[in-house]
Design a binder for this molecule. Sequence first.
Ligand SMILES: C[S@@+](CC[C@H](N)C(=O)[O-])C[C@H]1O[C@@H](n2cnc3c(N)ncnc32)[C@H](O)[C@@H]1O
Length: 284
Amino acid sequence: MRNQSTDITMSDDDFSKLRAIVHRNTGITIGETRKTMLVSRLRRRLREVDEPSFAAYITRLSKDPGEMQELTDRVTTNETYFYRTPRVWNYFQEVFLPEFHAVGENRRMRVWSAAASTGEEAHTIGAILEQQRLTKPGFDYSVLGTDVSSRVLEVAQKGVYNGRSIARFRKERPELFASHMAGSDADGYKAVPPVRARLKFKLHNLLERLGGTSPFDVVFLRNVLIYFTDEDQETILRHVRDLIRPDGVLFIGESETLNNLSTGFEQVAPIIYRPVTRAGGPCA
Ligand SMILES: C[S@@+](CC[C@H](N)C(=O)[O-])C[C@H]1O[C@@H](n2cnc3c(N)ncnc32)[C@H](O)[C@@H]1O
């Protein structure tokens, strides 16, 4: 008989083992008070794989590497939407882009949407940069979206959006939406082919160095640092610092700060950071 997973309880020992497994594999720190959250996120998985208890599920995790990805997909929080936090986009368009163009024509901007979730941030970047490409001769761009969850990346790769996901973008930037997103309310909206051709998505754990890439001009690392300890945040920021150009810009989430960390970045406005240069100031 299949297990009745709503009856399954998680012992304190199971909880601490699962917290340790999640931390080891994703860096995410599940708070000591979040047992109920973990139980509710994993119960259905136990039913799907027909495991009678969390202890049995922990054993399965040790034997089946593929199950680790399933666990990661279930414990990550993937909330996102197009044009999140207008302050970020205002700085990007009004300060960073003119600065970038002032350096010269025929430049390709490389952007990293780290912790991209289902891709709304990467697609917003794509729409803004596509508008630039159409008006600035010689300008081109590429956007890389990465995440530790394969499930969200599948959604990003399909790139079909609707409802709440696009509501703010549609309302606040109607022309940008209309010119770079095609579709209907019934079938959803997809970025136009030139934007899609410049977006790539890839599985990546922020605690590991991102290989096979040249430096980025812009890194979005938004609404993900909150899940890590200070030490792990410093590791992540060290990796980002190694991959961002000296004149680049880093955006973090509205409830995040780097101010108490040692990172090699300096704040230029709330949630906006630039690399500290050898001369000691941000390279603006
Ligand atoms: C709340 S979403 C943020 C999405 C988007 N950046 C935004 O601000 O709207 C957090 C994302 O971080 C991802 N994440 C969590 N731990 C990660 C890790 N170690 N490496 C890469 N991505 C991670 C999650 O899978 C999730 O999709």
